[in-house]
Design a protein around this ligand. Structure first.
Ligand SMILES: [Zn+2]
Length: 375
């Protein structure tokens, strides 16, 4: 928010260091960068930010909480590519792998809270195989609705749970969501692109693991803790996380209610603004993945592609049609531009006008290298 007296927009880049960035990552980071730096008008009716009016800030958080998935040096490649692309961030990068004690504190805080006389966090002894057998796979975002086995166990046989814990039986920790129809069971939020979203936590999300049985904190907990403590109030990411957002709002409320935020000196807590982007598929209709070498920024750079071509192409995927001025009155394809130039013509209205997932054309690489300069 740039209105006097209201807080500065704080966005974030939150890459997972599991490989080199690809076009889809740059598309999402560019959107996050534009959102944080654009004026408020970008939401509804056009951005007036411009070169002089770069507002807000963007933090960089390396999401290496899942140590085994992190690739050595990938954080360096990501930062080098961001610099090269002109997508700057503010302050030092934060590493989730160095924040374990904070996540432990968050878990302890949640353990101190109960929900209608049931603990807000409880141990789950189910194996992956148990869960697969008990749950029907949900849509595309890989949410398995937990059937509640260990919630029932704790309700009906608390002594058994205690003795299993004492015996050191392997377990994860789950966060409890309200029962169907109970207060707080439905989470709603307004997405900048997909408009009002409404999720029924017990039916569509379920009790979710926040610490795995191998001790690793889940993405869902780490992200909420970090966004809360880092003051992130402008979240931009793929639409595959819409349902996760409902869960994260629940976890965030629970953390605030438990007094966790206060312990870190956070008094004022405004919910973040969310924008969930259309996803990008490759020409064969497969979601972009890091393993496709042909799509990564490293190979584009070694092919002699320049940053403005990549930014211009990603801006075009975001619906930005370039400065429709004297230089390019009739531009229909991607136009080469810097991030700062993209900021001048950025508005959420362009993405809202076409929310469909993007499919890269078979000749996307030549579209990208063929981007026309703005002058
Ligand atoms: Zn269980």
């Amino acid at each position: 928010m740039s209105v006097a007296g209201q807080s500065l927009k704080v966005g974030r880049f939150a890459p997972t260091p599991s490989g080199r960035m690809h076009i889809g990552n740059v598309y999402a980071m560019l959107a996050a960068w534009l959102s944080a730096h654009a004026g408020d008008g970008s939401g509804d009716g056009g951005s007036q930010a411009g070169l002089e009016g770069k507002q807000g800030k963007v933090l960089l958080r390396i999401e290496d909480v899942d140590g085994p998935r992190a690739l050595k040096d990938a954080d360096e490649w990501i930062m080098d590519d961001l610099h090269w692309l002109g997508l700057d961030w503010d302050g030092e990068p934060a590493y989730q792998s160095q924040r374990t004690e904070i996540y432990e504190e968050a878990l302890r805080s949640l353990e101190s809270v109960s929900l209608d006389d049931f603990p807000l966090v409880y141990p789950c002894f189910c194996s992956r195989a148990d869960l697969r057998a008990a749950s029907a796979p949900q849509e595309g975002d890989r949410f398995l609705i937990y059937p509640g086995t260990c919630r029932k166990l704790l309700t009906e046989h608390p002594d058994e749970v205690r003795s299993r814990l004492e015996a050191g039986q392997r377990h994860s920790w789950r966060i409890t969501v309200p029962e169907e129809g109970a207060r707080g069971s439905v989470v709603t939020f307004d997405d900048r692109i997909f408009a009002r979203q409404c999720f029924d936590l017990p039916r569509e999300v379920g009790d979710t693991v926040i610490r795995r049985s191998d001790g690793i904190f889940s993405y869902q907990l780490a992200v909420v803790v970090d966004d809360l403590l880092m003051g992130v109030n402008d979240i931009v990411r793929g639409r595959d996380l819409l349902r996760s957002t409902a869960l994260q709002i629940w976890i965030r409320q629970a953390l605030v209610a438990s007094g966790f935020a206060k312990k870190y000196g956070i008094e004022r807590i405004d919910g973040p603004t969310y924008a969930h982007l259309p996803l990008i598929d490759d020409p064969t209709g497969v979601r972009l993945a890091k393993r496709k070498r042909s799509l990564d920024i490293g190979s584009l750079r070694s092919d002699g592609v320049n940053p403005e071509q990549i930014i211009g192409y990603c801006a075009w995927l975001l619906g930005i049609r370039g400065p429709r001025n004297v230089h390019m009155p009739d531009a229909t394809g991607p136009v080469s531009m810097s991030a700062r130039e993209a900021l001048e013509c950025f508005t959420w209205d362009d993405i809202r006008a076409d929310k469909s997932d993007r499919i890269l054309a078979a000749n996307w690489a030549s579209e990208l290298t063929g981007t026309k300069p703005t002058v």
